[in-house]
Write a protein that binds this ligand. Structure first.
Ligand code: NAP
Ligand code: F7E
Length: 349
Protein backbone atom coordinates (compact mmCIF):
# COMPACT_ATOMS: atom_id res chain seq x y z
CA UNK A 1 0.00 0.00 0.00
CA UNK A 2 1.64 3.20 -1.21
CA UNK A 3 -1.09 5.58 -0.02
CA UNK A 4 -0.54 7.94 -2.96
CA UNK A 5 -3.19 9.95 -4.78
CA UNK A 6 -3.38 10.13 -8.56
CA UNK A 7 -5.49 12.42 -10.74
CA UNK A 8 -6.17 11.12 -14.26
CA UNK A 9 -7.61 13.21 -17.08
CA UNK A 10 -9.09 11.09 -19.87
CA UNK A 11 -10.04 8.39 -17.36
CA UNK A 12 -13.08 7.31 -19.40
CA UNK A 13 -10.86 6.34 -22.35
CA UNK A 14 -8.94 3.14 -23.05
CA UNK A 15 -5.72 4.09 -21.25
CA UNK A 16 -7.59 5.84 -18.43
CA UNK A 17 -9.48 2.69 -17.45
CA UNK A 18 -6.37 0.49 -17.65
CA UNK A 19 -4.22 2.99 -15.73
CA UNK A 20 -6.94 3.37 -13.06
CA UNK A 21 -7.00 -0.40 -12.63
CA UNK A 22 -3.19 -0.55 -12.44
CA UNK A 23 -2.97 2.23 -9.83
CA UNK A 24 -5.88 0.92 -7.71
CA UNK A 25 -4.11 -2.45 -7.57
CA UNK A 26 -1.02 -0.61 -6.30
CA UNK A 27 -3.06 0.94 -3.47
CA UNK A 28 -3.48 4.42 -4.96
CA UNK A 29 -6.51 6.62 -4.34
CA UNK A 30 -7.57 7.39 -7.92
CA UNK A 31 -9.40 10.55 -8.98
CA UNK A 32 -10.57 10.95 -12.57
CA UNK A 33 -11.85 13.81 -14.69
CA UNK A 34 -15.05 13.01 -16.56
CA UNK A 35 -16.58 15.26 -19.18
CA UNK A 36 -20.20 16.19 -18.79
CA UNK A 37 -22.29 14.91 -21.67
CA UNK A 38 -25.98 14.14 -21.86
CA UNK A 39 -24.96 10.72 -23.16
CA UNK A 40 -21.63 10.22 -21.41
CA UNK A 41 -20.72 6.63 -21.26
CA UNK A 42 -18.54 5.51 -18.36
CA UNK A 43 -18.93 1.80 -19.07
CA UNK A 44 -15.17 1.16 -19.01
CA UNK A 45 -15.21 2.29 -15.35
CA UNK A 46 -18.26 0.32 -14.09
CA UNK A 47 -15.94 -2.22 -12.45
CA UNK A 48 -14.63 0.43 -10.02
CA UNK A 49 -18.00 1.87 -8.98
CA UNK A 50 -17.96 0.22 -5.52
CA UNK A 51 -14.27 0.89 -4.86
CA UNK A 52 -13.89 3.45 -2.07
CA UNK A 53 -10.57 4.57 -3.52
CA UNK A 54 -12.10 5.56 -6.85
CA UNK A 55 -13.64 8.99 -7.46
CA UNK A 56 -14.90 10.79 -10.58
CA UNK A 57 -15.18 14.58 -10.93
CA UNK A 58 -16.86 16.59 -13.66
CA UNK A 59 -14.44 18.77 -15.55
CA UNK A 60 -12.98 19.73 -18.90
CA UNK A 61 -9.47 20.41 -20.17
CA UNK A 62 -10.82 23.59 -21.75
CA UNK A 63 -11.82 24.99 -18.32
CA UNK A 64 -8.74 26.21 -16.42
CA UNK A 65 -10.62 27.35 -13.30
CA UNK A 66 -12.23 23.95 -12.92
CA UNK A 67 -8.88 22.16 -13.29
CA UNK A 68 -7.20 24.43 -10.72
CA UNK A 69 -10.02 23.94 -8.18
CA UNK A 70 -9.99 20.17 -8.64
CA UNK A 71 -6.23 19.96 -8.20
CA UNK A 72 -6.38 22.10 -5.05
CA UNK A 73 -9.15 19.94 -3.60
CA UNK A 74 -7.76 16.55 -4.52
CA UNK A 75 -4.10 17.46 -3.80
CA UNK A 76 -2.75 14.58 -5.89
CA UNK A 77 0.83 13.29 -5.75
CA UNK A 78 0.74 12.47 -9.46
CA UNK A 79 -1.22 13.74 -12.47
CA UNK A 80 -1.59 11.68 -15.63
CA UNK A 81 -2.79 13.91 -18.48
CA UNK A 82 -4.44 11.40 -20.82
CA UNK A 83 -7.41 13.56 -21.83
CA UNK A 84 -7.43 14.44 -25.52
CA UNK A 85 -9.29 14.65 -28.78
CA UNK A 86 -7.27 11.60 -29.72
CA UNK A 87 -8.47 10.75 -33.24
CA UNK A 88 -5.94 11.87 -35.86
CA UNK A 89 -8.44 11.77 -38.74
CA UNK A 90 -11.05 13.74 -36.80
CA UNK A 91 -8.45 16.39 -35.91
CA UNK A 92 -8.57 17.56 -39.56
CA UNK A 93 -12.32 18.22 -39.04
CA UNK A 94 -12.00 19.92 -35.63
CA UNK A 95 -8.49 21.42 -35.56
CA UNK A 96 -9.32 24.30 -33.23
CA UNK A 97 -11.05 22.09 -30.64
CA UNK A 98 -8.13 19.67 -30.90
CA UNK A 99 -5.69 22.48 -30.10
CA UNK A 100 -7.85 23.76 -27.23
CA UNK A 101 -7.96 20.33 -25.58
CA UNK A 102 -4.61 18.74 -26.49
CA UNK A 103 -2.34 21.79 -26.50
CA UNK A 104 -3.91 24.47 -24.28
CA UNK A 105 -5.44 21.85 -21.96
CA UNK A 106 -1.91 20.78 -21.07
CA UNK A 107 -0.91 24.42 -20.53
CA UNK A 108 -3.83 24.90 -18.12
CA UNK A 109 -2.75 21.90 -16.04
CA UNK A 110 0.91 22.93 -16.00
CA UNK A 111 -0.02 26.46 -14.91
CA UNK A 112 -2.14 25.02 -12.09
CA UNK A 113 0.80 22.98 -10.73
CA UNK A 114 3.85 25.11 -11.52
CA UNK A 115 4.45 26.05 -7.88
CA UNK A 116 3.80 22.56 -6.50
CA UNK A 117 5.75 19.31 -6.29
CA UNK A 118 3.02 17.29 -8.03
CA UNK A 119 4.52 14.88 -10.56
CA UNK A 120 3.14 15.18 -14.09
CA UNK A 121 2.83 12.67 -16.94
CA UNK A 122 2.00 13.94 -20.43
CA UNK A 123 0.49 11.58 -23.01
CA UNK A 124 2.71 12.55 -25.92
CA UNK A 125 2.47 10.60 -29.14
CA UNK A 126 4.54 8.92 -31.85
CA UNK A 127 2.33 10.89 -34.27
CA UNK A 128 4.64 13.83 -33.50
CA UNK A 129 7.32 12.04 -35.56
CA UNK A 130 4.96 12.17 -38.55
CA UNK A 131 6.97 11.95 -41.76
CA UNK A 132 10.36 11.39 -40.03
CA UNK A 133 11.93 8.17 -41.37
CA UNK A 134 11.59 5.03 -39.22
CA UNK A 135 12.79 3.87 -36.76
CA UNK A 136 12.07 6.77 -34.41
CA UNK A 137 13.49 7.36 -30.91
CA UNK A 138 13.93 10.25 -28.46
CA UNK A 139 16.52 11.94 -30.70
CA UNK A 140 14.48 11.81 -33.93
CA UNK A 141 13.44 15.30 -35.16
CA UNK A 142 9.67 15.77 -35.11
CA UNK A 143 7.70 16.29 -38.34
CA UNK A 144 3.98 16.31 -37.43
CA UNK A 145 1.45 15.70 -40.24
CA UNK A 146 -1.90 16.55 -38.62
CA UNK A 147 -3.57 19.08 -36.33
CA UNK A 148 -3.57 16.32 -33.69
CA UNK A 149 0.19 15.80 -33.88
CA UNK A 150 0.89 19.53 -34.01
CA UNK A 151 -1.17 20.15 -30.87
CA UNK A 152 0.56 17.25 -29.09
CA UNK A 153 3.93 18.71 -30.06
CA UNK A 154 3.03 22.05 -28.46
CA UNK A 155 2.16 20.19 -25.26
CA UNK A 156 5.38 18.16 -25.46
CA UNK A 157 7.55 21.28 -25.59
CA UNK A 158 5.55 22.97 -22.83
CA UNK A 159 6.27 20.02 -20.55
CA UNK A 160 10.00 20.34 -21.26
CA UNK A 161 9.82 24.11 -20.85
CA UNK A 162 8.02 23.92 -17.47
CA UNK A 163 10.49 21.27 -16.32
CA UNK A 164 13.45 23.48 -17.24
CA UNK A 165 11.93 26.76 -16.05
CA UNK A 166 10.27 25.76 -12.77
CA UNK A 167 11.91 22.45 -11.86
CA UNK A 168 8.65 20.52 -12.26
CA UNK A 169 8.81 16.73 -12.20
CA UNK A 170 7.10 16.57 -15.60
CA UNK A 171 7.74 13.80 -18.14
CA UNK A 172 6.64 13.05 -21.69
CA UNK A 173 5.75 9.49 -22.61
CA UNK A 174 6.10 9.39 -26.40
CA UNK A 175 3.92 6.36 -26.92
CA UNK A 176 3.51 4.42 -30.13
CA UNK A 177 0.11 2.94 -30.95
CA UNK A 178 -1.26 0.74 -28.19
CA UNK A 179 -4.50 -1.15 -28.35
CA UNK A 180 -6.73 -3.51 -26.35
CA UNK A 181 -10.27 -4.81 -26.24
CA UNK A 182 -11.12 -1.45 -24.63
CA UNK A 183 -9.94 0.55 -27.68
CA UNK A 184 -12.40 3.08 -29.11
CA UNK A 185 -14.38 1.68 -32.04
CA UNK A 186 -13.22 4.41 -34.48
CA UNK A 187 -9.55 3.35 -34.36
CA UNK A 188 -8.48 0.95 -37.06
CA UNK A 189 -7.59 -2.08 -34.91
CA UNK A 190 -10.89 -2.12 -33.03
CA UNK A 191 -12.84 -1.37 -36.19
CA UNK A 192 -11.23 -4.48 -37.70
CA UNK A 193 -11.67 -6.74 -34.66
CA UNK A 194 -15.34 -5.73 -34.36
CA UNK A 195 -15.97 -6.30 -38.07
CA UNK A 196 -14.26 -9.71 -38.06
CA UNK A 197 -16.27 -10.75 -34.99
CA UNK A 198 -19.53 -9.57 -36.57
CA UNK A 199 -18.73 -11.38 -39.85
CA UNK A 200 -17.82 -14.58 -37.97
CA UNK A 201 -21.29 -14.47 -36.39
CA UNK A 202 -23.03 -13.69 -39.68
CA UNK A 203 -23.97 -10.18 -38.55
CA UNK A 204 -21.98 -8.19 -41.15
CA UNK A 205 -21.19 -8.71 -44.84
CA UNK A 206 -17.85 -6.97 -45.29
CA UNK A 207 -15.36 -4.39 -43.99
CA UNK A 208 -14.71 -1.02 -45.66
CA UNK A 209 -11.30 0.37 -44.88
CA UNK A 210 -8.89 3.22 -45.78
CA UNK A 211 -5.13 3.04 -46.35
CA UNK A 212 -4.07 -0.63 -46.20
CA UNK A 213 -0.37 0.18 -46.54
CA UNK A 214 0.02 2.37 -43.43
CA UNK A 215 2.41 0.73 -40.97
CA UNK A 216 2.17 1.06 -37.21
CA UNK A 217 4.08 -0.23 -34.19
CA UNK A 218 1.12 -1.77 -32.33
CA UNK A 219 1.57 -2.81 -28.69
CA UNK A 220 -0.83 -3.70 -25.88
CA UNK A 221 -2.16 -0.78 -23.79
CA UNK A 222 -1.79 -2.75 -20.54
CA UNK A 223 2.00 -2.81 -21.00
CA UNK A 224 2.05 0.91 -21.81
CA UNK A 225 0.16 2.15 -18.73
CA UNK A 226 2.79 0.46 -16.57
CA UNK A 227 5.43 2.43 -18.48
CA UNK A 228 3.59 5.69 -17.68
CA UNK A 229 3.69 4.90 -13.97
CA UNK A 230 7.36 3.92 -14.11
CA UNK A 231 8.22 7.34 -15.59
CA UNK A 232 6.75 9.11 -12.56
CA UNK A 233 8.64 6.88 -10.10
CA UNK A 234 12.05 8.08 -11.40
CA UNK A 235 14.10 10.49 -9.27
CA UNK A 236 14.42 12.85 -12.24
CA UNK A 237 11.85 13.62 -14.92
CA UNK A 238 12.66 12.77 -18.53
CA UNK A 239 11.09 11.88 -21.90
CA UNK A 240 10.72 8.28 -23.05
CA UNK A 241 9.59 6.44 -26.16
CA UNK A 242 7.48 3.32 -25.49
CA UNK A 243 7.19 0.96 -28.46
CA UNK A 244 7.52 -2.71 -29.40
CA UNK A 245 10.13 -2.23 -32.18
CA UNK A 246 7.97 -4.12 -34.71
CA UNK A 247 5.72 -2.56 -37.35
CA UNK A 248 2.82 -4.15 -39.24
CA UNK A 249 0.63 -2.80 -42.01
CA UNK A 250 -3.14 -2.36 -41.71
CA UNK A 251 -3.37 -5.24 -44.22
CA UNK A 252 -1.26 -7.43 -41.85
CA UNK A 253 -3.62 -6.61 -38.98
CA UNK A 254 -6.64 -7.56 -41.10
CA UNK A 255 -5.02 -10.88 -42.14
CA UNK A 256 -4.19 -11.70 -38.52
CA UNK A 257 -7.69 -10.80 -37.29
CA UNK A 258 -9.44 -12.92 -39.94
CA UNK A 259 -7.05 -15.80 -39.17
CA UNK A 260 -8.25 -15.68 -35.52
CA UNK A 261 -11.76 -16.37 -36.82
CA UNK A 262 -10.49 -19.23 -39.03
CA UNK A 263 -10.64 -17.27 -42.32
CA UNK A 264 -7.72 -17.01 -44.72
CA UNK A 265 -7.68 -14.01 -47.08
CA UNK A 266 -6.08 -13.50 -50.47
CA UNK A 267 -5.61 -9.96 -51.84
CA UNK A 268 -6.45 -8.93 -55.39
CA UNK A 269 -6.26 -5.59 -57.23
CA UNK A 270 -4.39 -2.42 -56.40
CA UNK A 271 -5.10 0.94 -54.80
CA UNK A 272 -8.80 1.75 -54.60
CA UNK A 273 -9.61 -1.56 -56.33
CA UNK A 274 -7.76 -3.78 -53.86
CA UNK A 275 -9.97 -6.41 -52.22
CA UNK A 276 -9.53 -9.00 -49.48
CA UNK A 277 -11.14 -12.24 -50.62
CA UNK A 278 -12.03 -15.37 -48.63
CA UNK A 279 -9.78 -18.10 -50.08
CA UNK A 280 -12.44 -20.76 -49.45
CA UNK A 281 -15.61 -19.10 -50.69
CA UNK A 282 -14.28 -16.39 -53.06
CA UNK A 283 -16.44 -13.80 -51.29
CA UNK A 284 -15.16 -10.22 -51.02
CA UNK A 285 -14.73 -9.54 -47.30
CA UNK A 286 -12.65 -6.33 -47.42
CA UNK A 287 -12.82 -3.34 -49.77
CA UNK A 288 -11.15 0.06 -49.84
CA UNK A 289 -13.27 3.16 -49.31
CA UNK A 290 -11.60 6.57 -49.85
CA UNK A 291 -13.83 8.17 -47.20
CA UNK A 292 -11.40 6.69 -44.65
CA UNK A 293 -8.32 8.31 -46.22
CA UNK A 294 -6.82 11.34 -44.46
CA UNK A 295 -5.76 14.64 -46.06
CA UNK A 296 -2.21 13.74 -45.02
CA UNK A 297 -1.01 10.29 -43.98
CA UNK A 298 1.75 9.09 -41.69
CA UNK A 299 3.13 6.11 -43.58
CA UNK A 300 5.30 4.35 -41.05
CA UNK A 301 5.78 4.57 -37.29
CA UNK A 302 8.26 2.15 -35.76
CA UNK A 303 9.71 2.91 -32.35
CA UNK A 304 12.99 2.19 -30.60
CA UNK A 305 12.35 1.97 -26.85
CA UNK A 306 15.97 1.21 -25.83
CA UNK A 307 16.07 4.19 -23.44
CA UNK A 308 12.93 3.04 -21.59
CA UNK A 309 14.36 -0.46 -21.40
CA UNK A 310 17.67 0.76 -19.96
CA UNK A 311 16.37 3.44 -17.56
CA UNK A 312 12.87 2.27 -16.63
CA UNK A 313 13.39 -1.48 -16.95
CA UNK A 314 10.34 -1.40 -19.25
CA UNK A 315 9.69 -3.97 -21.93
CA UNK A 316 6.42 -4.86 -23.66
CA UNK A 317 5.24 -8.35 -22.65
CA UNK A 318 2.20 -8.93 -24.88
CA UNK A 319 2.92 -9.84 -28.54
CA UNK A 320 1.17 -8.58 -31.65
CA UNK A 321 -0.41 -12.04 -32.16
CA UNK A 322 -1.74 -12.13 -28.58
CA UNK A 323 -3.12 -8.60 -28.95
CA UNK A 324 -5.06 -9.41 -32.12
CA UNK A 325 -6.35 -12.68 -30.66
CA UNK A 326 -7.50 -10.93 -27.46
CA UNK A 327 -9.31 -8.19 -29.38
CA UNK A 328 -11.13 -10.53 -31.78
CA UNK A 329 -12.19 -13.00 -29.09
CA UNK A 330 -13.38 -10.18 -26.80
CA UNK A 331 -15.52 -8.78 -29.61
CA UNK A 332 -16.93 -12.21 -30.44
CA UNK A 333 -17.75 -12.59 -26.72
CA UNK A 334 -19.36 -9.14 -26.62
CA UNK A 335 -21.50 -9.74 -29.69
CA UNK A 336 -22.49 -13.27 -28.63
CA UNK A 337 -23.30 -12.95 -25.00
CA UNK A 338 -22.79 -9.30 -24.19
CA UNK A 339 -19.31 -9.74 -22.63
CA UNK A 340 -18.81 -6.36 -20.97
CA UNK A 341 -15.78 -4.13 -20.43
CA UNK A 342 -16.10 -5.13 -16.73
CA UNK A 343 -15.54 -8.79 -17.66
CA UNK A 344 -12.59 -7.87 -19.89
CA UNK A 345 -10.92 -5.96 -17.03
CA UNK A 346 -11.74 -8.72 -14.52
CA UNK A 347 -10.27 -11.38 -16.80
CA UNK A 348 -6.95 -9.53 -16.82
CA UNK A 349 -6.68 -9.24 -13.00
P1 NAP B 1 -9.21 7.78 -25.80
O1 NAP B 1 -9.71 6.39 -25.51
O2 NAP B 1 -9.69 8.49 -27.00
O3 NAP B 1 -9.52 8.66 -24.50
C1 NAP B 1 -9.44 10.07 -24.54
C2 NAP B 1 -10.01 10.60 -23.26
O4 NAP B 1 -9.97 12.04 -23.28
C3 NAP B 1 -11.49 10.23 -23.01
O5 NAP B 1 -11.64 9.94 -21.65
C4 NAP B 1 -12.23 11.51 -23.36
O6 NAP B 1 -13.47 11.65 -22.71
C5 NAP B 1 -11.22 12.53 -22.84
N1 NAP B 1 -11.46 13.88 -23.34
C6 NAP B 1 -11.82 14.28 -24.59
N2 NAP B 1 -12.01 15.63 -24.62
C7 NAP B 1 -11.75 16.09 -23.37
C8 NAP B 1 -11.81 17.37 -22.76
N3 NAP B 1 -12.18 18.47 -23.44
N4 NAP B 1 -11.50 17.48 -21.45
C9 NAP B 1 -11.17 16.37 -20.72
N5 NAP B 1 -11.12 15.13 -21.24
C10 NAP B 1 -11.40 14.99 -22.55
O7 NAP B 1 -7.60 7.79 -25.85
P2 NAP B 1 -6.53 6.69 -25.37
O8 NAP B 1 -6.26 5.77 -26.49
O9 NAP B 1 -6.95 6.17 -24.04
O10 NAP B 1 -5.24 7.62 -25.23
C11 NAP B 1 -4.95 8.30 -24.02
C12 NAP B 1 -4.03 9.47 -24.33
O11 NAP B 1 -2.82 9.01 -24.93
C13 NAP B 1 -4.59 10.50 -25.29
O12 NAP B 1 -4.09 11.77 -24.91
C14 NAP B 1 -3.99 10.12 -26.63
O13 NAP B 1 -3.92 11.26 -27.48
C15 NAP B 1 -2.63 9.64 -26.19
N6 NAP B 1 -1.99 8.62 -27.01
C16 NAP B 1 -2.65 7.48 -27.31
C17 NAP B 1 -2.02 6.48 -28.03
C18 NAP B 1 -2.71 5.18 -28.36
O14 NAP B 1 -2.23 4.46 -29.24
N7 NAP B 1 -3.78 4.82 -27.68
C19 NAP B 1 -0.68 6.65 -28.43
C20 NAP B 1 -0.02 7.84 -28.08
C21 NAP B 1 -0.68 8.81 -27.35
P3 NAP B 1 -14.83 10.98 -23.31
O15 NAP B 1 -14.67 9.50 -23.04
O16 NAP B 1 -15.92 11.60 -22.52
O17 NAP B 1 -14.84 11.30 -24.78
O1 F7E C 1 -5.09 4.71 -37.63
C1 F7E C 1 -5.14 3.79 -41.15
C2 F7E C 1 -4.99 5.25 -40.78
O2 F7E C 1 -6.88 5.82 -36.31
C3 F7E C 1 -3.97 3.88 -37.85
C4 F7E C 1 -4.29 7.33 -31.83
O3 F7E C 1 -4.38 6.59 -30.64
O4 F7E C 1 -2.21 6.28 -32.43
C5 F7E C 1 -3.54 6.52 -32.86
O5 F7E C 1 -3.53 7.26 -34.08
C6 F7E C 1 -3.69 3.81 -39.34
C7 F7E C 1 -3.66 5.19 -40.03
O6 F7E C 1 -4.60 5.39 -35.29
C8 F7E C 1 -8.69 3.15 -41.47
O7 F7E C 1 -4.98 6.07 -41.94
C9 F7E C 1 -6.89 2.72 -42.59
O8 F7E C 1 -2.60 5.22 -40.93
O9 F7E C 1 -6.10 3.51 -35.63
P1 F7E C 1 -5.77 4.84 -36.19
P2 F7E C 1 -3.52 6.55 -35.51
O10 F7E C 1 -3.95 7.54 -36.49
O11 F7E C 1 -2.20 5.88 -35.74
C10 F7E C 1 -1.42 7.46 -32.21
C11 F7E C 1 -0.05 7.04 -31.74
C12 F7E C 1 -2.10 8.45 -31.34
O12 F7E C 1 -1.46 9.20 -30.61
C13 F7E C 1 -3.56 8.65 -31.55
O13 F7E C 1 -4.18 9.25 -30.41
O14 F7E C 1 -4.75 3.10 -39.97
N1 F7E C 1 -6.53 3.40 -41.49
N2 F7E C 1 -8.22 2.56 -42.61
C14 F7E C 1 -7.61 3.69 -40.76
N3 F7E C 1 -7.77 4.32 -39.58
C15 F7E C 1 -9.02 4.43 -39.07
N4 F7E C 1 -9.20 5.03 -37.88
N5 F7E C 1 -10.11 3.93 -39.75
C16 F7E C 1 -10.00 3.28 -40.96
O15 F7E C 1 -10.98 2.82 -41.54
Amino acid sequence: MLGKKAFITGITGQDGALLAQFLLEKGYEVHGLRLYSASTDTQRLDIFSDNGNFHLHYGDLTDGGNLRRLIETIAPDEIYNLGAQSHVGVSFEVPEATAQINALGTLRLLEAIRDTDIRFYQASSSEMFGSAPAPQDESTPFAPCSPYATAKLYAYWLVRNYRDSYGLHASNGVLFNHESALRGEEFVTRKISLAVAAMALGQQESLSIGNLDARRDWGHARDYVEGMWRMLQQDTPDDFVLATGKAHSVRDFINAAFACAGTSLTWQGQGLDEKGIDRKTGRVLVQVDPQFFRPNEVHELLGDASKASAKLGWKPRISFGQLVEEMVSADIGALQGGQSYEQILLAAE
